[in-house]
Design a protein around this ligand. Structure first.
Ligand code: NI
Length: 184
């Protein structure tokens, strides 16, 4: 293989399978990223590609089976207005007293949606793809998305914010769908 071909192969982004609940990895705590190196940048690129393909507006590393504290998001409406955000080790450093309710969904909880109450605005400190310290002040949909994705890093799904009755009903349906898929 020529050098050019090798470089091409390494830089090609990959669409990865997304884990769905119930899955023990989705309930696990992800570990802090030591340094934003080539492996992490590659992970971020693969996660964005996987998210756009799904399609979704946010994805956390545990959803593709990687227990690193990495999330990606893009709430841009079209391909032309893409605004990808890549975060390693995100931390909420401020949250508003005011709450907001959004109907949330998740690529790991396919075809189920539920209202979730979260702080309406948050400030998040994180490392970007260059390893630089950054801060994001998010409101509206982005505030919900970043909190939802960060929850994934601690093994929390949006269904953990709703009643256990509704959560268990959704989990039973997902488990049934998985069994049917495995049998077919
Ligand atoms: Ni999710």
């Amino acid at each position: 293989m020529s050098n050019d071909a090798l470089v091409m192969k390494v830089s090609t982004m990959a669409v990865l399978p997304i884990l769905t609940a119930p899955d023990p990895i989705l309930k696990s705590k992800a570990k802090r990223v030591e340094a934003v190196d080539e492996r992490i940048r590659r992970l971020m690129a693969d996660m964005l590609e996987t998210m756009y393909k799904a399609p979704g507006i946010g994805l956390a590393a545990p959803q593709i089976g990687v227990l690193d504290r990495v999330v990606v998001m893009d709430i841009g409406k079209t391909e032309e207005t893409r605004e990808p955000i890549r975060m390693a080790n995100p931390e909420i450093i401020w949250a508003s007293d005011e709450d907001n309710t959004y109907e949330e969904g998740c690529l790991s909880v396919p075809e189920h949606y539920s209202n979730v109450v979260r702080p309406a605005e948050v400030k998040v400190r994180y490392l970007d793809e260059a390893g630089q310290h950054k801060e994001l002040h998010a409101d509206g949909l982005l505030a919900t998305v970043v909190q939802h994705e960060m929850d994934h890093l601690d093994g929390i799904l949006f269904i953990d914010h709703i009643s256990s009755l509704k959560r268990n009903m959704i989990l039973r349906k997902l488990l049934k769908a998985k069994k049917e898929a495995a049998e077919s």
